[in-house]
Design a binder for this molecule. Structure first.
Ligand code: CMP
Length: 139
């Protein structure tokens, strides 16, 4: 089925001017960018977005890295988009990611791993609504 997923190009990617290269990989995988904006996250918004990880040892460092430069938030649409996007991103840890993936090619570390993607259709709906109004999504 056609799905939508929330994608974030993280500060390590915007800092190194990699947004175009990463978007090309998404588009080559059949994903369509139906909404996109470059924003500066605050400690409050990044903390709220990653609230599910609040008790993890990497939470503080993750929030700090997510506010260290602008991010690009996007809605990607396509067949099986949640899984398709996860496939192009590769494993969270770039050392474990398949060679052709975004994280294998571009990630600096398990934390500065260049991209975020929703991990389920249900979370995708929540994460899309966190950043986008319905009127900003233009398929
Ligand atoms: P993301 O897919 O955005 O979801 C949670 C983020 O936490 C993850 O990508 C990484 O940026 C970061 N992170 C840092 N350390 C770890 C870790 N040990 N395991 C999982 N995620 C981590």
């Amino acid at each position: 089925a056609i799905e939508r997923t929330l994608s974030i190009l993280k500060p390590d990617a915007t800092r190194r001017n990699l947004t175009g290269k990463i978007n090309a990989l998404f588009e080559e995988a059949g994903l369509r960018i139906v909404a996109q904006k470059r924003i500066q996250l605050t400690e409050a918004t990044a903390g709220q977005f990653y609230a599910v990880h609040k008790e993890r040892p990497f939470y503080g460092s993750l929030v700090a890295s997510m506010i260290s430069a602008p991010v690009v938030v996007q809605v990607l649409e396509g067949e099986n988009a949640v899984l398709a996007h996860r496939g192009v991103m590769g494993a969270t840890d770039p050392k474990k990611a398949e060679p052709h993936t975004v994280r294998a090619q571009f990630a600096e570390s398990i934390e500065a791993n260049s991209v975020h993607g929703s991990d389920s259709l249900e979370n995708a709906a929540t994460e899309i609504a966190f950043f986008f109004a319905g009127t900003e999504i233009l398929p």
